[in-house]
Design a binder for this molecule. Sequence first.
Ligand SMILES: Nc1nc2c(ncn2[C@@H]2O[C@H](COP(=O)(O)OP(=O)(O)O)[C@@H](O)[C@H]2O)c(=O)[nH]1
Ligand SMILES: [Mg+2]
Length: 197
Amino acid sequence: MMIDPWIESVEFHSSHHDFKKIPQSKTMPQVAFCGRSNAGKSSLINAILSKKDLVHTSSTPGKTRSLNFFLLNKRIFLVDLPGFGYAKASHSVRDNMISAVNGYLNDTDTLRMLFILCDSKRPLPEEELGLVDTCIVKKIQPIIIRTKIDKLNQKERDLVKKETIDLVNMIPEVTVVLASIKNQSGIQNLRDLLKTL
Ligand SMILES: Nc1nc2c(ncn2[C@@H]2O[C@H](COP(=O)(O)OP(=O)(O)O)[C@@H](O)[C@H]2O)c(=O)[nH]1
Ligand SMILES: [Mg+2]
């Protein structure tokens, strides 16, 4: 994995079941990672930080139920949010996870960026677009990350690129990054976004 010298230190900080009890430090910005279970949140955090197993990744979807805090350069909190249920989960389970994420978005004054992950193989779901709207209202920078682009063929890739152009035309505040932990696409762009904090 490529090492970016900007990343000086990374440590696990804490894990919370209740978003009302998360660390609140006025001086430390937070960047949160959200998306469906299996979208690639934990893998992406590891890739950005050039760590193999700092964040536990899983082939069993829906396992991370708590908010996990990692401290980057003793200054920035990266937050691995619970997945919004499995794609096959009932609507009520999914709604609960969305409201947990919304609760966190509404309560965290130091949240500066929300990384919204969506598997490139799936069309962009409406709930994720709803989160973009919430970000804009709350002055949080919305970053949509289309994950696992290494799995797409040329035709599928062209479709994702077209979707990206359409989305940015519709919502100019949004940044879209096509990413892969397999071929490292987009990973440096994401680090560069963190450097702006
Ligand atoms: N091919 C490919 N697989 C990926 C990529 N990112 C994650 N995965 C796989 O997708 C599965 C779910 O990843 P994980 O990080 O646990 O997702 P999370 O539930 O959102 O935290 C794991 O088997 C990962 O190895 C990627 O960029 N490319
Ligand atoms: Mg995970």
